[in-house]
Design a protein around this ligand. Sequence first.
Ligand code: ADP
Ligand code: ZN
Length: 222
Amino acid sequence: MTQGLRLVLFGPPGAGKGTQAQLLTERLKISHISSGDLFRHHVQAETPLGLKAADYMNRGVLVPDELTIDIALEKVMSLNAEEGFILDGFPRTRFQAKALEEALQTRARNLDKVVYIDVPEDELLRRLAGRFVCRQCQAPHSMTPGGTDGSPDRELICERCGGELYQRTDDRPEAVQTRIEVYKSETMPVLDFYRERALLADVPGVDTVEQINKRVMKALGL
Ligand code: ADP
Ligand code: ZN
């Protein structure tokens, strides 16, 4: 393949975009660009952008478009024109989708596919409540509360890299409900944007990670 695939993984918070993006990156040898990870790096490093973004993120609302578009597109445009990528968490508004389309127009080629991982709301709530993330490699892990106090049932160590697992502030119950509401009102309309352009592929997202990966590969014609 001379030209790498240009993909967007789309779906609600907790749909498994990060997990699927990681598998696809390994299999297709293309770059993974996660807007959430980009923001979290800025927050940890306390950059001016991180300081601005942190408050929005902790509340579970979207970071304003002007900040988001700059950092996401900067990353996309830093790749070679032939290099493929998987966008995960961006675009999340119609305005962001339009900005991405315009940026890619300067590169002669639009996206190849937008894969929509569809998961019902009750399942999302369950997953996000049990989600822990590695501080080092960002891999998501799911926990079922073990003790009666709701504490996790195993050691908080990443089996991929040995890093420490933690629960994101925005995975706490107060923020989770807000994120789902924000998804419905601001992000869902992006689906129509891509449907109109015939780029959308639907993948049911409740199954094993491997099964979903197979469906995603099939949706990509691979
Ligand atoms: P999830 O997909 O689990 O909701 P992410 O890691 O993608 O979480 O994003 C975490 C937070 O970062 C979001 O709730 C939001 O505040 C901010 N964020 C990430 N991507 C975007 C985006 N494209 N537009 C606006 N805010 C974003
Ligand atoms: Zn790790």
